[in-house]
Design a protein around this ligand. Structure first.
Ligand code: XMP
Length: 517
């Protein structure tokens, strides 16, 4: 394992992903874990990730991490902090330099740059720069804004670049990381998603034994892949529960049925709660109230289903106990919650079904170590269809928060049609995987005048909201080719009854959110 030691940086996760792209297993550990615990995990190499901003002081890197004889890679702010810890002179940069620069004197005798061009574009973000390298280091690149732009000490196995290796704007970032892994640290590229599947299947079998487990399928990628993995491990000991709240997109329920239906090993319970949800939402147009109604009802419905399953097994002397709850937690969730250790028992607050209040499930979280792109790869390897594996993030309240105005069946059907056209066209043009999310919104409370077949129309507008994003915290509108927009617009206005106008949302986030409600 290569441990990325995170001193509050922005790119620790991205570094771990890059290392895994090079087929070496990597984890992010916060520096707060302490050097002893990090070294006790016996990492094959360390990467130091540090935030370098004008407003924050450089963290002090624990010397024990640098003196353990383990190969260390320091990049960006990490390079400044590590060299400083080893005695380098470090100065505040006159300008907080942020952007791509060209370094022209990269030394290909250096371990990190072996076999590479002398000229490379590199992404920088520095509030500090290294003036003099520490003793024993060879300077392997320099630049006006970074006198010591890269340096290494093969003796103590410490290597670094002042630029950011994880950024896609560093032309050779991954190649430098590979030189570190394969030359400096002498590692082999032998980590793969197949291995993860094999290990997880064995671990799940061991954990669940002959007991039963349940999972709630939300329609999202993570829960679907987690279900497929557990199904692969324990077959019909898994019961998957899927609640159709009537706010799903076109074909979504059918795709779930197909992927997890009886023929595929797990037991699938589809709950059709459309009528109840729509009745509860009748006449409600306030977004927060909609969310609350949908969220509450969803939990109640799901809990009732859980309770039924548990009760059924309790009443049947031959049935085994339902003891496990499978969740699609993925690695970024784990890192963000700071909960690196895997054992957790949650209380399921059953207030329905007459079950004891303190019913406890043990959690099964087979995707805890995987990034999103790896989760998708696992899904594909397990035979899930692209429609599920490459599904865009979709909000829990579904189309309910994509109708501005009150929700009813007819409006939902109309939006489902428009949404299906957009998805179809984006997929046909190879853009669906590139675009983070492309909400389609119905302005049910707005009408405008149009003309069709020589007659006046008075219909609703549909808003297209395609965005690019890394993590949904910020977003920019996706630049869809005009011809494609034209085609989408023509199809929606001619195929969807009641829509006579299509508009494009060109707002970034901030100030706009991704969803309209
Ligand atoms: P916004 O609209 O706040 O959305 O920019 C950020 C991301 O979160 C999703 N989203 C939700 N997901 N329940 C969810 O599970 C919700 O109530 C909800 N609201 C927004 C949204 O689709 C986007 O990916």
């Amino acid at each position: 394992t290569v441990i990325v030691v995170d001193y509050g940086s922005d790119d620790a996760q991205l570094l771990a992903r890059r290392i895994r792209e090079a087929k070496v297993y990597s984890e992010v550990h916060s520096y707060t874990t302490g050097a002893d615990a990090i070294l006790a995990a016996q990492p094959a190499a360390l990467v130091i990730a540090v935030r370098s901003t004008a407003t924050e002081d450089l963290p002090v890197i624990d010397q024990r991490l640098l003196n353990a004889g383990i190969p260390v890679l320091a990049t960006g702010g990490g390079f400044v902090a590590v060299t400083k810890a080893l005695g380098a002179t470090v100065a505040a940069s006159p300008l907080h330099h942020f952007g791509t620069v060209q370094v022209t004197n990269i030394d290909d005798n250096a371990v990190l740059f072996s076999g590479q061009d002398a000229v490379q574009d590199v992404a920088t973000n520095h509030a500090h720069h290294v003036v003099d390298a520490p003793e024993g280091f060879v300077v392997t690149a320099s630049h006006d804004t970074m006198p010591v732009a890269a340096a290494e000490n093969p003796e103590t196995k410490i290597y670094g670049t002042a630029w950011n290796l994880a950024s896609e704007d560093s032309s050779n970032g991954l190649a430098v990381i590979k030189n570190f892994l394969f030359i400096a640290a002498d590692l082999a590229p032998d980590w793969s998603v197949e291995q993860v599947i094999e290990q997880q299947v064995a671990a799940i079998r061991k954990q669940i034994g002959n007991k039963r487990a349940i999972i709630g399928l939300s329609g999202g990628v993570d829960s679907a892949v987690a279900a497929a993995l557990v199904q692969r491990a324990v077959g019909d000991q898994l019961t998957a529960v899927y609640v159709n709240h009537g706010l799903m997109r076109k074909n979504e329920s059918a795709e779930i049925q197909q992927a997890f239906g009886d023929s595929n090993g797990a037991r699938l319970i589809m709950i059709d709660a459309e009528d109840e949800f729509l009745a509860a939402l009748d006449g409600v147009s306030d977004p927060e109230q909609k969310r609350k109604i949908i969220g509450d009802r969803f939990i109640r419905t799901f809990e009732q289903a859980e309770a039924d399953i548990v009760a059924e097994s309790a009443n049947d002397p031959d049935a085994t106990e339902v003891k496990f709850l499978v969740q699609g937690t993925i690695y970024p969730d784990v890192i963000e919650s700071g909960d690196a250790d895997g054992s957790k028992v949650i209380k399921s607050h059953h207030n329905v079904g007459g079950l004891p209040e303190d019913l406890e499930f043990e959690l099964v979280e087979p995707l805890r170590q995987l990034f999103k792109d790896e989760v998708r790869e696992v899904g594909t390897k397990l035979g899930l269809p692209d429609e599920i594996v490459w599904r865009q993030p979709f909000p829990g309240p579904g189309l309910g928060i994509r109708i501005v105005g009150a929700i009813n069946r007819q409006r939902l059907d109309l939006l489902r049609e428009a949404d299906a056209i957009v998805r179809e066209e984006l997929t046909a043009n190879g853009l669906d995987r590139e675009i983070w999310q492309s909400p389609v919104v119905l302005l049910a409370d707005v009408r405008s005048v149009g003309v069709s077949d020589g007659g006046r129309t008075y219909g609703h507008p549909i808003v297209l909201r395609p965005v690019h994003s890394e993590d949904a915290m910020t977003a920019s509108f996706a630049r869809i080719p005009y011809d494609l927009l034209d085609r989408i617009s023509q199809r929606i206005t001619s195929e969807v009854e009641g829509v006579n106008r299509v508009v494009l949302d060109i707002t970034g986030k901030p100030p706009g959110t991704i969803e309209w409600e």
